[in-house]
Design a protein around this ligand. Sequence first.
Ligand code: CA2
Length: 142
Amino acid sequence: MNRLMLINGPNLNLLGTREPGIYGSHTLQDVVAEVKHVTDDFGYDLEDYQSNHEGAMVDKIQEAGRTCSGIILNAAAYTHTSIAIRDAIASIPVPVIEVHISNIHTREEFRHHSMLASVCKAQIVGLGIKGYRYAALALLEK
Ligand code: CA2
């Protein structure tokens, strides 16, 4: 399957509109463009999806498990709380790379733990939106 899935979770639709000190001034559209450069270079299709709803993200992860060869996932606040998203990742046969724009480990204590990290192939944090590009490269480079 020459296809990657990019999933962004709650409030990331607001990227670039608020909190530039933490998340920078790039928009979600910029994030998608960043990843698409890489998938285009490798001759892959990219599907991008953003949702503010946990169950909808679970549905999308399950779908990607059937239709894609890898997932780039920023589950935003659900990273720290969602057993449902963790179980969805664990249930699919394709690699998932967890990305965070900010460094969750240097922020508030409640952001230090990821429910998802141990079922993901890797975690990329603190590199701004470039982290999404590195995740795509990691999934596509042989
Ligand atoms: O650093 C990241 O990428 C996060 O996943 C972002 C989440 C946060 O809950 C995680 O702990 C770390 C928050 C996304 C909210 O994004 C906004 C962007 C602009 C304005 C307001 C919220």
